[in-house]
Design a protein around this ligand. Sequence first.
Ligand code: NAP
Length: 252
Amino acid sequence: MSERRTAIVTGGGSGIGRSIALRLAEDGFATAVLDLNEDSAGQVAEEARQKGHEAVAFGGVDVSDRAQVNAAVQRVRDTLGGPVLVLVNNAGVTGFDPFLKIADETWDRIMAVNLNGPFYCCQAVVPDMKEAGWGRIVNISSSSAHSGQPYMTHYVASKAGLVGLTKSLALELGPAGVTVNTIPPGFVDTPMLRASEERGLLGGSVDHHAELTPVRRPGRPEDIAAACAFLVSEEAGYITGQVLGVNGGRNT
Ligand code: NAP
């Protein structure tokens, strides 16, 4: 990359977001590791710096709070040197409830983090991208948005919303040189997946599901990071509004 660019990865302290943050830092982006969790964000930024890359933690930021998002994005500009030209909306929360038992508070929280969060983050950084005439947004959705998933109506609806946001924003921002794409991961071995396994919500162990996956293994966070690294690269400039499934062939 000839020009130094600033990138924000939300939920960058754990799992998929951690791998994406480490990979973008390795690829030369000045990387903001933004997360609700202060400790994990700090650890990931430190890990990147130990490898000689540029990364700063912005912990304690809740993407579902517009004021917190705006303040954090301004701190990113001030600390890393704006404008913010890459945004990866990865922070997400899951849920598992029979449809008739979904409480309003549960529905609202999942929508607030998984859909309002990307909405607020995009609105905070798109002016930078439009002014620069260049930008890359990658939204981490879920393969469940395409297949459906019982007992996860709230989560799947939020992720399907994120796919719609991606497609519409891509059409609107294309003329400004900004691409917007989504990666729906499927079955990636992260703390979120292991927590679901421990609670018996996967309908079998991770190993059992790996056996049923065409490539015969669970996904690795690095698999998603590799796809993300491509989508934010210069050479992916003609790819926008697309859904790039990374799921070992579980969904084709
Ligand atoms: P994870 O290990 O739970 O990591 C999610 C990170 O997001 C955590 O660091 C979490 O912080 C942070 N976060 C949660 N709510 C936040 C908020 N309101 N504001 C800022 N940060 C917040 O999950 P993951 O498996 O890596 O998942 C990453 C993304 O991929 C999610 O959007 C998820 O829905 C999606 N996805 C994952 C899979 C999979 O198989 N793993 C499949 C499909 C989609 P805390 O530590 O404080 O909770």
